[in-house]
Design a protein around this ligand. Structure first.
Ligand code: S3P
Length: 432
């Protein structure tokens, strides 16, 4: 699908976005292993979280959907059944990497595969700890590369508790190990030097697991009884990022984004925006199922620009494409370092940002682990391509709002991976 995006006069009003992708995956997976029924409200409408639901159903768990409320009839820790065929993770790295920890502990073998993009994403990062736990996971080789890519065939069996230090800051890998640890006897320990999002820790506790966190060390007691629960998913801050940047970029804008997840391991985005001069306010804040949730207000303003590096680069990794767009309009520009993980996301996001910048006449210098974007650049209308990546589709839709005429985005339907309502909400905010 090709989408046309017109320059916006201003963005205004109060908008509500779909449920958080990271939290939805975790609630669905854990609920499927809990005893009894869980009801999850505001479940993500994105295709990725529906890939997770599809996998859970294929494993014999009853799932009902009514609007954005999902009911999962968990059968306990040992309630999954061998699926009739391979599991389809679609475009979703979270589905394949987190489910792998659970599949590794089953008394059957499973194959899990994904689309073309997922089939190029590295899985050694989960295969290594799972092998230490005693699991046998076979990956597929790509030409000239080791056999670490999907499809994965996971030969399930008894797992050992391990003490694992994460070599990369990755919440997906952390979760994979903790999920395997649910089935192991004794304590599984995961150590992280740089804090990654902690939704799994909060969700496991919420379902009744015995889990402790102290100074980057997570200790999980194996073989807990998890209990079905009523849960509410906050709206996705990573989806809100597109509207925060759009509000900053388009003169006259004033937006309120309701009920957004404000978990401190995700909200570095807000800290960064405020640090470069963005007038962003949190209007209310409360806690639901251990997660913070609140309303965010943004108004148009010129921002200074800045540097994203180190722990900040890890914390902002999903938001960097749209922050790059903001950087080009900022006073001093944006430098991104220490973000080589961008190269192994749904696309190589350093390359796909640079390609789209070239189309709109924006200068960028690409580096192995980041980019240097001069500030004060003029945005021209362009024919963009998402390259099948949801965050690239939405980042350049935001850029198009500042264009000097209508822009187009090819493969715009990629946005549905995390945010199917994006185009409608954009029209609503632009008063169209
Ligand atoms: C996610 C973790 C991050 C992030 C991804 C979602 C999660 O990936 O980029 O969009 O829900 O745990 P990594 O674990 O690869 O850093």
């Amino acid at each position: 699908m090709q989408q046309t995006v017109l320059p916006a006069a201003c963005l205004s009003g109060a908008i509500t976005l779909p449920g958080d992708k990271s939290i939805s995956h975790r609630y669905a997976m854990i609920a499927s292993l809990a005893e009894g029924k869980s009801t999850i409200r505001n479940y993500s409408t994105g295709a990725d979280c529906h890939s997770t639901l599809g996998c859970v159903q294929a494993l014999g768990i009853q799932v009902e959907e009514e609007g954005t409320t999902v009911t999962i009839h968990g059968q306990g820790l040992h309630g999954w059944r061998k699926p009739a065929g391979p599991l389809d993770a679609g475009n979703s790295g979270s589905t394949i990497r987190m489910m792998a920890g659970l599949l590794a502990a089953q008394n059957f073998s499973t194959t899990i595969f994904g689309d073309e993009s997922l089939s190029r994403r590295p899985m050694a990062r989960i295969m290594k700890p799972l092998a230490e736990m005693g699991a046998k996971v076979e990956g597929t080789a790509l030409p000239g590369k080791e056999a670490q890519y999907p499809p994965l065939t996971i030969h399930g069996g008894a797992l050992k508790a391990i003490d694992y230090t994460l070599p990369v800051a990755s919440a997906q890998v952390k979760t994979c190990v903790l999920f395997g640890g649910l089935f192991a006897e004794g304590q599984t320990v995961v150590r992280e030097a740089m804090q990654s999002r902690d939704h799994s820790e909060l969700a496991l506790k919420e379902f009744g697991a015995d889990l402790k966190v102290s100074k980057g060390v997570i200790t999980l007691q194996g073989q807990p009884t998890l209990t079905g629960r009523e849960l509410m998913v906050p709206s996705d801050l990573s989806s809100a990022a597109f509207f925060l940047v759009a509000g900053l970029l388009v003169p006259g804008s004033h937006l309120v984004i309701r009920n957004v997840g404000l978990n401190p391991t995700r909200s570095a985005l807000l800290d960064f925006l405020v640090s470069i001069g963005a007038p962003i306010k949190i209007l209310k804040i409360e806690s639901t199922n251990g997660e913070l949730i609140g309303d965010i207000e943004v108004r148009h303003a010129a921002v200074k620009g800045g540097v994203i590096e180190g722990a900040m680069a890890a914390a902002l990794i999903d938001e960097i494409p749209v922050l790059a767009v903001l950087g080009a309009a900022s006073e001093k520009g944006l430098i991104v370092r220490d973000a080589s993980e961008l190269r192994i996301k749904e696309t190589d996001r350093i390359a796909t940002v640079a390609d789209n910048f070239a189309r709109m006449g924006i200068q960028i210098e690409v580096t192995p682990d980041g980019m240097v974007i001069p500030g004060n650049q003029t945005f021209k209308a362009a024919a963009f391509d998402s390259f099948g990546d949801h965050r690239i589709a939405m980042a350049f839709a935001v850029a198009a709002l500042r264009g000097d005429g209508p822009s187009t985005i090819d493969n715009a339907d990629a946005a549905s991976v995390s945010f199917p309502e994006f185009w409608n909400i954009l029209d609503q905010a632009a008063g169209r």
